[in-house]
Design a protein around this ligand. Structure first.
Ligand code: PMT
Length: 403
């Protein structure tokens, strides 16, 4: 059942609009609260009255003439939604979202939401196979948007081929599956580390690295969305803590170790996405270091290897590591799995473009130390977090960790 779930249905202009009426009716019967946003062209096919009767909510139609209300409404719906479902989705709406165009109520709201957006495309078969359309779809998939594959058959225009909006039952099943997936980590406890650590040199200076925290925060958000109780142990970052996640903020590698120690006993899963500094200055100067000399010599001592420490006492828990490598990625990552007792490791080749530190995307190879090597194409860190959390969920199910 979908009781209490807020679904925003975006309806765009196409002959398959009539199927959206049936989809909404079915979702409503399952207990979902539905808000409908129609584009101007959708209104040419079915009236807003049909959708307000079926959803029992006011329908929002693209209204340039009332910009103030429009502005407030798009933010409130963007925040309220547990899911955005765009059915039927024309090539036009997909093209606009893929290219950052926000020129009406629906595109603006989609752009403003952090919830999952699922498109159900429907169009002429040549449009569906068009290279530009497919580039737009791939770009959106890379950024975490989902697509329900179109059906094949006789289209409204008389052509045969792919491009039909699937039957309402298939769309409703996809939505149900999304919400079931959404709760598959209920009662599981995660500790996720993210960001850099910093090590002070003197009262005004410190050493650090380029980690932004984006990878670890994305995993924390995904695990929490799927029902897990998540503690994020984070070094200094500029990111907002994801909703529902408890954060412990630390600076140094030793502080990160201590913060995990506090919670490790109760956790089922530890994800080590942080980039802790391996060394710290031997002596931290009490006063600002003066620039009197031409060279400055410092000595460093080794920090604890956090993952290694918990790998030794892991028991039935799952520990996932990351590896930031600039060369010999597979060899180095394989060595780290064994040494740190990881269940699998996510190796990012940080020398590659759009991978590793700071950016919104990553390119990774996932290894389990048992000859299974999965190469993943470039994708957003949000999307990659789904891949990682899916793998963790499978491990939990196989291992029968049950509370
Ligand atoms: O934060 P972003 O900008 O999004 O960038 C993401 C990332 C590149 C930081 C992330 O994807 C990543 O690769 N994190 C691990 C970086 C790292 O420290 O790699 P490593 O190969 O040095 O360490 C291997 C593993 O041991 C890691 O899981 C690390 O968290 C852990 N480790 C390392 C050192 C240490 N003292 N203690 C540790 O637990």
């Amino acid at each position: 059942m979908l009781t209490g779930k807020n679904i925003v249905v975006g309806v765009t202009g196409g002959i398959a609009v009539y199927k959206a009426v049936d989809v909404i009716s079915k979702l409503k019967k399952m207990g979902a609260n539905i808000d409908v946003i129609m584009t101007k062209s959708a209104k040419e096919f079915v009236t807003p009255l049909t959708f307000s009767s079926i959803s029992q909510n006011r329908v929002i139609v693209d209204m340039f003439e009332q910009p103030v209300e429009w502005d407030i409404e798009h933010i409130s719906l963007a925040k309220k939604a547990d899911l955005f479902l765009i059915v039927p989705a024309t090539a036009n709406i997909i093209g606009k979202v893929a290219n950052g165009i926000a020129d009406d109520m629906l595109t603006t709201t989609i752009m403003a939401t952090t919830s999952k957006v699922i498109f159900g495309p429907a169009m002429n078969t040549n449009m569906y196979n068009n290279t530009i359309f497919n580039e737009n779809v791939n770009k959106l998939r890379e950024n975490g948007y989902e697509f329900i594959d179109a059906d094949s058959g006789r289209l409204a225009c008389g052509d045969y081929g792919a491009g039909k909006l699937p039957q309402p039952e298939i769309i409703v099943d996809y939505v149900k599956d999304f919400f079931e997936r959404a709760q598959d980590l209920k009662d599981k406890t995660f500790i996720i580390t993210a960001g850099p650590t910093i090590e002070p040199l003197d009262p005004v200076r410190y050493l650090t690295n380029y980690s932004s925290g984006k990878m670890g925060y994305a995993i924390a958000k995904e695990a929490s969305r799927r029902g897990a109780k998540v503690t994020l142990v984070t070094g200094p970052t500029n990111l907002d803590i994801p909703q529902g996640v408890e954060a412990i903020r630390v600076n140094t590698t030793r502080e990160m170790l201590e913060a995990i120690k506090l919670r490790f006993k109760e956790c089922d899963v530890l994800v080590k996405a942080a980039a802790p500094l391996d060394y710290r200055p031997d002596i931290v100067s009490d006063h600002k270091i003066k620039k009197d000399e031409n060279t400055l010599k410092m000595s460093f001592v080794k920090n604890p290897d956090i993952a290694y420490e918990f790998g030794k006492i892991k028991g039935n828990k799952i520990i996932i590591g990351f590896a930031a490598e600039t060369k010999d990625v597979i060899e180095n990552a394989t060595r780290k799995i064994k040494k740190k007792n990881f269940d699998f490791i996510v190796a990012n080749n940080v020398a590659e473009q759009d991978a590793g530190f700071r950016g919104d995307t990553n390119v990774v190879t996932i290894l389990d130390g048992k000859d299974n090597i999965e190469e993943h194409p470039k994708m957003s860190k949000d999307q990659l977090s789904g891949v990682i959390v899916d793998k963790i969920t499978t491990l939990i199910q196989r291992r029968g960790i049950d509370k």
